[in-house]
Ligand binder design. Structure first.
Ligand SMILES: [Zn+2]
Length: 422
């Protein structure tokens, strides 16, 4: 039986840091007085004790508990997995994240009363959502441990929402912990002022061997399939699992990796662009359909619960507004799902040209796509290292253009032409 940190792949340093913090947090809860003996930098009470002077620095900042954290790392490195595991360790009745007590279990399954998870619904997290969240987070934890707010993709906070969050982080309620997830601590991702109040937990891209190991151990995937999927997913754990298990995901990837050999002329380049865009749209539609259904069910359950009591009329009026909100969120999410699907395809394509460069240079590193290694080898002969590099750059420029809000079809068409011309 592994504990709550068992699903964090290849993140030994981060896990050690979080274990220390959880132990420190558990010690803090056991401290009978309101002001702890020191070693905790989260309590404004300390600052007041010292008559306006700043709180003394803890002897070992890495070992202590604090009230605000940022989990950073590339997509798929497990930012939200780490945040959830840490939340479970904080709510664990043993204070360790044992993985089997009610505190751990309810946190990991998303039913703990004191743990709130914010998953971005669309392209950004709005101020109203954040204000409501901050308000609820200020109440005393019902389980007697911690109130925890996990914000996935904190880089998608609107500026106003960021300010609402900052206020809460600056004046934290004594038992409230904020866990933010973001790609990096770059000011584009997270404001400097929020960053300055948080401790950073950097996650790295897990090595393929570690990803393959967890696919075999946890998901029961055959070792050879796990190894192939881990390499093809380039360190993205969720993507590796999907490739290993979902035949449709494999087909979509095959179609993307067939692009380089289909580029035989201008017409073919435009056809390939259309195919890529349409595949992304289809993938997005499939992924959104699943979430939408779960969400509709949840909303129906919530509305059903209010439908028979004294507040039934009010609940019905509220229902119309909630349905409208839901539609709005779902539209915004569909846009984002399309962008994400397209980005995954571009990452696969970039991996192909990366393999071609590696082969042209005869570099002693493993290919990303073992199953198209011979095609990449043929490309390497035809284009040489420089031609392969120009093509890789065209893919990366396309990603950057879409990130900068260029219409995806226009960016992808430009890329396909560049890939064809070299
Ligand atoms: Zn536990």
């Amino acid at each position: 039986m592994t504990d709550v940190f068992g699903d964090l792949v290849g993140q030994d340093e981060a896990v050690a840091m979080l274990r220390r913090a959880a132990a420190s947090a558990a010690a803090l809860l056991r401290t009978p007085v309101t002001v702890p003996a020191g070693g905790h930098d989260d309590l404004d009470a300390l600052a007041e004790e010292y008559d306006g002077d700043p709180a003394p620095a803890p002897a070992d900042p890495g070992a202590g508990m604090t009230h605000a954290w940022i989990f950073t790392g590339p997509p798929g490195s497990g930012r939200s997995v780490a945040a959830r595991a840490f939340a479970a360790a904080l709510e664990c009745v043993h204070g360790t994240g044992c993985g089997s007590c009610p505190g751990c279990h309810t946190t990991l399954t998303g039913t703990h009363a004191d743990v709130r998870l914010v998953v971005p619904e669309g392209l950004s997290i709005g101020v109203n959502e954040m204000r409501a969240l901050v308000l609820r987070a200020a109440s005393a934890p019902s389980g007697g441990r911690w109130q925890i707010v996990i914000i996935e993709d904190a880089d998608r906070l609107t500026e106003a929402a960021g300010n609402a969050l900052l206020k809460a982080i600056e004046e934290p309620p004594p038992r409230t912990v904020f866990l933010l997830c973001a790609p990096s601590t770059h000011p584009d991702d997270i404001s400097v002022t929020i960053r300055s109040r948080c401790r950073v937990v950097p996650l790295r891209q897990p090595p393929p061997a570690a990803v393959a190991e967890v696919l075999v151990r946890r998901d029961g995937i055959a070792p050879d399939v796990a190894e192939w999927a881990a390499a093809a997913a380039q360190g993205h754990v969720g993507r590796a699992r999907r490739l290993a298990r979902d035949p449709e995901a494999r087909q979509r990837r095959d179609a993307v990796l067939a692009v380089p050999r289909r580029l035989t002329g201008v017409g073919a380049a435009f056809d390939a662009a259309s195919a890529l865009i349409e595949a992304a749209e289809a993938e997005a539609a499939a992924s959104v359909a699943e979430i939408d259904e779960a969400e509709r069910t949840a909303l129906q359950t919530a509305l059903g619960a209010g439908g028979t009591g004294r507040g039934a009329a009010g609940a019905m009026r509220g229902a119309a507004g909630q349905l409208k909100d839901l539609e709005k969120r779902q539209k915004s999410r569909a846009t984002r799902a399309q962008r994400d699907a397209l980005d995954r395809a571009l990452v696969d394509l970039a991996g192909f040209y990366r393999d071609a460069i590696v082969m042209a240079l005869r570099a002693p590193v493993a290919p990303v796509h073992t199953d198209t290694a011979s095609l990449a080898g043929a490309g390497a002969q035809k284009w040489d290292a420089e031609g392969s590099l120009r093509r890789l750059e065209a893919v990366l420029e396309c990603r950057a253009a879409i990130e900068a809000n260029v219409k995806p079809r226009i960016a992808v068409e430009a890329m396909m032409l560049a890939l064809w011309r070299g």
